[in-house]
Every structure is written in C-alpha cells, then in structure tokens.
Design a binder for this molecule. Sequence first.
Ligand SMILES: [Zn+2]
Ligand SMILES: [Zn+2]
Length: 253
Amino acid sequence: MRFAVLGSGSRGNATLIESRGSRVLVDCGFALREIERRLADIEVAAASIGAIVVTHEHSDHVTGVARLATRHGIEVWTSPGTWKGAGAPEVPGLRLFNGHGRGFGIGDLRFRPIPVPHDAREPCQFTVEGDGRRLGILTDTGCLTARIREHLRECDSLILETNHDPHLLRDGPYPPSVQRRIAGPFGHLSNQQAAEVLDAVNHRGLRRVLLSHISARNNRAELALEAVRGVDSGIDAAFLVAEQDRATGWLEV
Ligand SMILES: [Zn+2]
Ligand SMILES: [Zn+2]
C-alpha cells in the first residue's frame, strides 16, 4: 500500500492512495487541468482512479471533484452533509456514507470515517487500510477529540495537519476574526496540537509522518518539524513535509 500527496495547503488538497489494483483519490481541491498534470507527474492516468472520497465541502478540497469525476466516470463517496454543502453537483455515481458508521470498502481499501470538529457541515477524516497496513489522515481539524485519539492508534503512516504556529498567526496579516476562526475549536491544528496528536497515539510502529496543510503565511516547515520532533513518546518515525505546489511522489505506508 502506498500514497502520494499531490498538493497540500489552503490553495488545494488531494491525496492518492493505492493498494494492489485499487486507486482512490481523497479530495480534489485543484482545477481539472491542474489535477491531471499532477497525476501525470506520478505517472497516473486519471481514468485509472476508482473513486474520489471527499472529506468536506471547503473549496480547497472539492473544487475539482465533480469535473474530474464526470470527465473520467469516477464515483464519489462522501457524507450527506458534505455533498449538500458542496451544492450537490451532478456526478456519475454518488455513494453516501455515514460519518459515524463503521466504514466502507473501495476495492482493496477499507475506509473508516472519523468525524472531526471543523467549520463545515459534516466533515470527516479517515483511516485507510490495505494490504495489512494502515494510513491515518487528519487535516482540517480544530481540536483533538477522544474519537480521533482512538481512531489514529496503530497507524503505520500518518498524514497530519500542522497548519499554523500560534505566534506567527497572532502577529500575521489576517484580521482578528479570521485568526480566531483558524485557532478556534472548529478551525485548524497548530504545530503544538499536532505534537499532542503524536503524543496521544504513542505508537511505536509508526513509520512515517507527513506534515500537511501548512499555512503559507502563518507557519514555516522548520517550525512544524521542530514541534513534532520535540514529542518524547518513543516514536521513531520519519518526518516529511507536504508542499502546496508539487506532489510528494509515492510513499510506502
Ligand atoms: Zn483545507
Ligand atoms: Zn476545511
């Protein structure tokens, strides 16, 4: 099982996951041409994607979903609230899941939704299992919940939001209302909150952590890395940083 983050940040998000013959895209916050170009960079034809799973309706996650799905006949999986929030566009095959349910399978991949506190209608993040491995995905989350801690245990790899540094956010260019939204319980995880997630999962088998959804204005990669490397919980994982403007390339889970 392997994955590639095709881009991450407030200007667009998309993650491709593959196990045996199954390929699933989580979110498509890029325009059609842009996502096709990024897929081509890792030598994937869009038509080979089996499904798009959508986490929530914010434009940096849904912008390209309907056009990509329609153009290549790809089915779309999402929560009812997310699809409503996205304006319920016409797609070739819509599959709705219960965010509080036990999950669903797409080919060789098994998705378990994690309801998260974020300012959207019915946002979910996921663990994804395939080939005996487990990938955790946690971005666009305002604060840690017991459920998140529970779900993210025993992951082999983690895609983890380190959105902002609280000091850079406070001293940065955003108006106070936007700062409050980002730092609030329905906003985004700070570097320090991401460190708390790692502390909470405390899993020695964790091999890889990809820091993601990093704010271009309110954070720096080195600050995010410093925060998560400071976690003293016996984790011996490799830390990597996802970028806005280019794909990571394939990473083994
Ligand atoms: Zn986002
Ligand atoms: Zn969001």
